[in-house]
Structures are given as structure tokens and as C-alpha cells.
Design a protein. Structure first.
Length: 371
């Protein structure tokens, strides 16, 4: 019996090593196939993600508003009404964001392009003033023959090259619009028939998966669902708080474009922890077109605000709502952001929080059993 178990283990280890070697040797082909699969499935995955976000609104509308209605016709229309309200809220947020960001970005491009030559001269003079203790650096800065208009042309040329040309941009935009439309249709279908889909998958899993595995799977899905909902609601509230604080602070200290910059910082703050700095770059360039010294002061203001917000507000509003200690929020962002970029930064925190909750409960149960 022992020899049979030993042979079985040898076979299993050999299969694992063989499969690993096969994957390593064909990693490029595997990556190419996975990339194509993800490209094809992207509208479906996006639709599921949109459905998850909208479902938070749908559930709240049904529980807190429509469940109180006693009219039978209205009860039958409960789901369509809640979906329409969720879509209306979703569209309203997009419109508000587009009305705030797109016009301001257009204005910023015009202002920055017109003011760039003067800004460039002021920056050189400002740096030269700071480098008085280093005469060689100061003389090189003042002797610089770089033309501001030429720098702009190079920047435009580089951005065009990086984007792959105008045709590629247009193609990407239309492709993105098509994917979003398809994803919205999928999301609406999922929301409209979520009970039926749940029943279908439950029966399918019950047919092929043992019950003890199903119980663990349902537990994992329940924890993940609760964590992701808490994270997105908390992140939304945190972005609003940061945007308001930034706008108020800029107004108090007399910075230009206070409401515009605060709004952009609030929107970009939807990206955990680092999003505010992306909005801060926009604010820095806007203020730079007016006064370089004030632009540097804005960077100091934003760093102080972000540190206070990150340590006092974020860990309370988001970290506590998902049950993840502040230190692990930072670790999740660093690791997931480094591996998967922006999408990793957005989804890394709730994923790590779900794993943290599951491991914490398992360790506590195991510890209690030992005692």
C-alpha cells in the first residue's frame, strides 16, 4: 500500500514538473493565446464589472425604497425601475465628471500652450536663482538655447508617436465605445435576470461539484462580494471627501483654479492612494501657467493633504470598511500596482482584503482548536 502511495506521489510530482516545464518553454505562445482570449472576453468581463457596481445601487433602491410600496403593479416593476434609477445615477456621474474634466482639460491645453514660453523662461530663471551657490550650473541654465516652441513641437511629436498615430487613436476610441455599449447591454441583462442566472449556476455546480467544496466556494464568494462592495462604496466616499478638502484648502490659501483642481483631484482619487497625485500633476501644471512659485507651494500643500487624508481618512473610511489594516492597504497597492498597473491598483485592495479576511478566520479557528 505504501509503495502504491509512493508511486502515486512520484507520478504526481512528475506531472507537475512536466506541466511547469511545458508552460515555461511555451510561455510566449501561452501569453499570446491568453491575450487574445482576454481581448475577446473583455466586453463580457467589463459587463460583469459594471453589473456588480450597478447592483450595489439596485439592491439599495429595492430594499430602502421600492420594498415599502404596497401596489402590486409597482412591485412587478420593481426591478426595471431600480435598474433605470441605477443607470440614471451612473450616467449622471459620467456627465458630471465629463462636464468638469473635459472642458477644464481643453482649457488647460489652450492656456498651457499659450503660456509655455513665458513659463519656461520663469522656470529657468527660478532654477538659476536657486543655483547661485553653484555658478557652473547657473551659467549653463542661463546660457541654455533651448526654444520653448521647439520643446512643445517635440512633445506633440512624441505624444503622437507614442499613441501610434491619429488613425490608431480613432480606431481605439471606436473600439472602446463599442465594447462599452456591449458591456452595458450585458450588465443590464445580468441585473434583470440575476436570480435566474444564480439558480442556473447553482444547479450546474451542484451537479458536478461535491457539496463540501461548494460550501467553501460559496463562503469565498460571499466574503469577496461583501469586501468589494464595501471597498467601492468607501472609495467613492473617500474621493468626494478628498475633492472637497482640496477645493476648500486651495480657496483658503488663495490658489488659482481651486474648484477645477479640487474636482480633478477628487475624480482621480477613485484610484486608491496614488490617484490624488495624478490629479495633483494636473493642478501643478495649471498653477504653473500662472506662477511657478505657487505651483511648488501647491505640491507641498497636496503632499501634506494626502498624508493627512491617507493616514486619518482613507484608513478609516476605506480600510475599516473592508476590514483591512492600514499597513496592508499600502502593501496591496504597492504589490498589485507593480504587477498589474492601474487595474491592479484599483482591484488589489479588495482582493487582498478578501484574502486577509479568509486567512484571518482560518487562523483564528485553527488557533481556537489548538487551545
Amino acid at each position: 500500500m505504501n509503495s502504491i502511495n509512493f508511486k502515486g506521489r512520484i507520478v504526481f510530482i512528475s506531472l507537475v514538473f512536466g506541466l511547469t516545464a511545458l508552460i515555461v518553454l511555451n510561455i510566449k505562445d501561452i501569453y499570446s493565446v491568453l491575450d487574445k482570449i482576454l481581448t475577446v472576453l473583455s466586453p463580457i468581463l467589463l459587463g460583469c464589472f459594471i453589473a456588480f457596481i450597478l447592483n450595489i445601487i439596485v439592491e439599495n433602491v429595492e430594499k430602502r425604497l421600492l420594498d415599502r410600496l404596497n401596489s402590486k403593479p409597482l412591485k412587478k416593476l420593481k426591478r426595471p425601475i431600480s435598474i433605470l434609477l441605477a443607470l440614471a445615477f451612473f450616467v449622471l456621474i459620467i456627465l458630471l465628471v465629463s462636464r468638469i474634466i473635459i472642458p477644464q482639460i481643453s482649457k488647460f491645453i489652450v492656456v498651457f500652450t499659450n503660456e509655455f514660453p513665458d513659463i519656461y523662461k520663469e522656470i529657468i530663471n527660478f532654477l538659476a536663482g536657486l543655483s547661485k551657490e553653484f555658478p557652473s550650473i547657473q551659467s549653463k541654465l542661463l546660457a541654455s538655447n533651448l526654444d520653448a516652441q521647439e520643446i512643445l513641437k517635440k512633445l506633440v511629436s512624441l505624444s503622437t508617436t507614442w499613441a501610434g498615430g491619429i488613425l490608431n487613436i480613432i480606431n481605439s476610441v471606436f473600439s472602446a465605445i463599442a465594447n462599452i455599449v456591449i458591456a452595458l447591454i450585458i450588465a443590464i441583462y445580468i441585473l434583470a435576470s440575476k436570480e435566474g442566472l444564480k439558480s442556473q449556476f447553482t444547479r450546474l455546480f451542484a451537479t458536478f461539484v461535491p457539496q463540501h467544496i461548494l460550501d467553501r466556494l460559496y463562503y469565498l464568494l460571499k466574503v469577496t462580494d461583501q469586501t468589494f462592495k464595501a471597498f467601492f462604496v468607501g472609495q467613492f466616499l473617500e474621493a468626494i471627501i478628498l475633492g472637497v478638502l482640496c477645493s476648500v484648502g486651495l480657496l483658503i490659501f488663495g490658489f488659482p483654479y481651486a474648484f477645477m483642481i479640487g474636482s480633478v483631484v477628487g475624480v482621480t482619487a477613485l484610484i486608491p492612494m496614488v490617484g490624488a497625485y495624478l490629479g495633483g500633476l494636473f493642478g501643478f501644471l495649471m498653477i504653473l501657467s500662472v506662477n511657478p512659485v505657487r505651483a511648488m507651494a501647491f505640491i507641498v500643500f497636496l503632499i501634506v493633504l494626502q498624508q493627512l487624508e491617507g493616514n486619518l481618512i482613507y484608513t478609516k473610511v476605506v480600510g475599516s470598511s473592508i476590514g483591512l489594516p492600514g499597513i496592508w492597504v499600502f502593501v496591496a497597492i504597492i504589490i498589485s500596482g507593480g504587477l498589474f498597473g492601474i487595474s491592479g491598483i484599483i482591484l488589489g485592495v479588495p482582493i487582498i482584503a478578501s484574502i486577509y479576511k479568509i486567512l484571518k478566520e482560518y487562523v483564528n479557528k485553527h488557533h481556537d482548536a489548538l487551545e
